[in-house]
Design a binder for this molecule. Structure first.
Ligand code: FPP
Length: 247
């Protein structure tokens, strides 16, 4: 049986988040420069997005560029930004055809103006699509997001819109970039690193974590399906006992 057919479509994660890592090492292993790795990483983005949509996953979040990535060499940043613009241009048709809605989280106003404009144009064009939501984390870091949420909340408290007694987990979450998005059920990180790297720290409180040694440009459709199969074998207890969950 094909891996796709082995997946129980009634027990899919609603939200899959991915830290796409290892493009640089993949390229180095082949004696090429880092940008070559990013270019090949785009093909994995395409395959995994299509596989997720085909399965019926509702939210797929990809960590495409972190706040810390601004510290990379200028030419690498420029190459990543151009790849983003060219991918957005070439993939808009596929997003429309597959009924995928594009969203973004992060400090997107800090992106170069052409990237920001292209991103907003595709977000707008796909906004009526009601299939999978593809969320790109761009110039994103979780601490930035949480601090920003705290600032907005304090402003609302000062204005008298919110009282301090009302503040709880649910209210706080409405101030995050992900207020419209359910928490990830599974977080995948490729490339054999066991770190979260400032990604969705609030939202992954109860997510299943999946680490694979595969470098991102090699992480394709079949390995994505394997990951979902692995997820389906886990017992999610949310702090309860195994017996409580089963009854
Ligand atoms: C991590 O590999 C990857 C990134 C920082 C960027 C991910 C970007 C893409 C896959 C291409 C553009 C994205 C879209 C959504 C079209 P690394 O460079 O940190 O690899 P290393 O750890 O081996 O150096």
């Amino acid at each position: 049986m094909e891996r796709f057919d082995q997946i129980n479509k009634d027990n899919l994660p609603t939200h899959v988040a991915i830290i796409m890592d290892g493009n640089g090492r993949w390229a180095k292993n082949k004696g090429k420069n880092r940008i070559f790795g990013h270019k090949n990483g785009v093909q994995s983005v395409r395959e995994v997005t299509e596989a997720a949509a085909k399965l019926g996953i509702q939210y797929l979040t990809l960590y495409a560029f972190s706040t810390e990535n601004w510290n990379r060499p200028r030419d690498e940043i420029n190459a990543l930004m151009s790849l983003l613009v060219s991918s957005l241009s070439s993939e808009t048709k596929t997003l429309m055809k597959n009924n995928i809605r594009l969203m973004a989280i992060g400090d997107i106003e800090s992106l170069p103006s052409n990237v920001y404009a292209k991103l907003n144009a595709v977000i707008k064009k796909t906004s009526e699509n009601n299939g999978m939501n593809l969320i790109l984390a761009l110039s994103y870091s979780s601490r930035w997001e949480i601090v920003n949420a705290a600032k907005k909340l304090v402003a609302d408290v000062k204005k008298g819109k919110v009282s301090a007694d009302e503040i709880n987990d649910d209210l706080f979450a409405t101030y995050l970039n992900t207020s419209e998005i359910p928490d990830p059920d599974i977080l995948i990180r490729t490339s054999g690193e066991f770190r979260i790297s400032n990604f969705l720290l609030w939202q992954i409180a109860y997510s299943e974590l999946y680490f694979t040694k595969t470098l991102w440009p090699d992480f394709r459709e079949n390995e994505f399906y394997n990951t979902i199969l692995d997820y389906q074998n886990r017992e999610r207890r949310f702090g309860k006992t195994s017996e409580q969950v089963k009854s």
